[in-house]
Design a protein around this ligand. Structure first.
Ligand code: PMP
Length: 351
């Protein structure tokens, strides 16, 4: 058998996991487009190897740490992170592919499917109670403490340690500026009028906004916020005012705008709020009529894109993010008992 030719001689072959992250399709959402007279386009991040938009942040953060010499490929290293789940999945897969291990801190309230996935891929999973950000037991504070403790022992253990810090680490937004934003620009041939998405860290919004505004400063950037989160008021008034809860995971903030979002404030033109029933309507509609099964934040994003289309009027092209897939929330959004307990509508095929 002859040796495999280098992938560079095979233009459609990518090199390992890192090569498979990004370059997702931009899907025209036919019903949302028909209902508004706009082109509503969803970036299919649910098709990433780890199943979410956060594969990009995971790769960006680890490659940045390697550039800084904080991790060295082939030498022992630990990636520690606090996450709603998806970033932990992205980081763990990238860590596996590069010879590191991961310690992932997640509130136990996140979907069982994400926790099972993390265990399945070998993350050292640490579950914590949900706490306010100012509490030392909050998942982000817990992960920072674990990273600091391990770093203090590094000389003895010989393992390099990083705290990925997706909220404050600007390698997160930089990855979206280098990949997601330019992909959207190329896929629409520069014909994008507006971009909207919800924020967890704000990495996606800031990175895409920076890339699009650099190419056309007139592109409208709108933050989508689940009802109950305080980022909507932060955009409108500068103050984070949160009241209530949403069934969505990985998006919205109750106490402060994260560093990645803050770093893109100058690019944000407006914000929109989306209720759980509005998001669910889009999730169920996409699944049953377009064959696209997506999670809660994608529902918020598509509902926001539709609101924005109605505000802007027909003829505009509006891009949003389909952050992850529905299978990640079978025990929640697609579970009739979960919906009934919260007084949310149960679609006929689930009842
Ligand atoms: N949707 C889902 C399902 C997520 O897990 C996240 C990340 N926590 C986001 C959206 C938000 O992405 P970002 O952190 O880039 O703001």
């Amino acid at each position: 058998m002859s040796a495999q030719p280098a992938t560079s001689t095979r233009p459609h072959v990518v090199d390992g996991l890192a090569g498979a992250i990004g370059d997702t399709p931009l899907i025209r959402l036919r019903r949302a487009s028909a209902a508004t007279g706009c082109e509503i386009l969803g970036k299919a991040e649910f098709m990433q190897p780890g199943g979410s938009v956060k594969d990009r942040a995971g790769l960006g953060i680890i490659v940045d740490a390697e550039r800084r010499g904080q991790l060295v490929p082939g030498q022992p290293g630990i990636v520690v992170e606090g996450t709603a789940g998806n970033t932990g999945i992205g980081l763990t897969l990238v860590a596996n592919a590069r010879g590191y291990r991961s310690i992932i801190v997640v509130p136990h309230t996140q979907s069982r499917e994400k926790l099972d996935f993390l265990r399945m891929i070998g993350a050292d999973l640490r579950l914590v109670d949900p706490k306010p950000l100012r509490d030392p037991g909050h998942y982000v504070n817990t992960s920072r403490r674990i990273a600091e403790e391990l770093a203090a022992q590094a000389e003895r253990t010989g393992e390099r340690v990083i705290w990925a810090n997706q909220f404050g680490n600007l390698a997160n937004a930089a990855m979206h500026e280098a990949t997601t934003g330019p992909e959207i620009w190329e896929q629409t041939a520069g014909g994008v009028d507006a971009f909207t998405c919800a924020c967890g860290t704000g990495g996606t919004l800031t990175g895409v906004a920076r890339a699009l505004k650099a190419r056309n400063p007139r592109v409208r950037i709108v933050l989508a916020d689940p009802m109950g989160s305080g980022l909507w008021s932060w955009v409108r008034t500068g103050e984070v005012k949160a009241e209530g809860n949403s069934i969505t995971e990985g998006i919205g903030q109750a106490s402060a705008a994260p560093g990645n979002l803050e770093s893109g404030r100058e690019f944000i033109d407006d914000a929109l709020q989306v209720t759980d029933p509005e998001a669910l309507e889009q999730i169920f509609d996409l699944q049953q009529h377009e064959g696209l099964s997506v999670g809660g934040s994608a529902g918020v994003n598509v509902a926001a894109a539709i609101k924005l289309a109605r505000e802007m009027g027909p003829g505009h092209t509006i891009v949003t993010i389909l952050c992850d897939g529905g299978a990640r929330y079978q025990s929640k959004i697609f579970n009739p008992d979960f919906l009934r307990e919260r007084g949310l509508p149960v679609p006929p095929w689930l009842a």
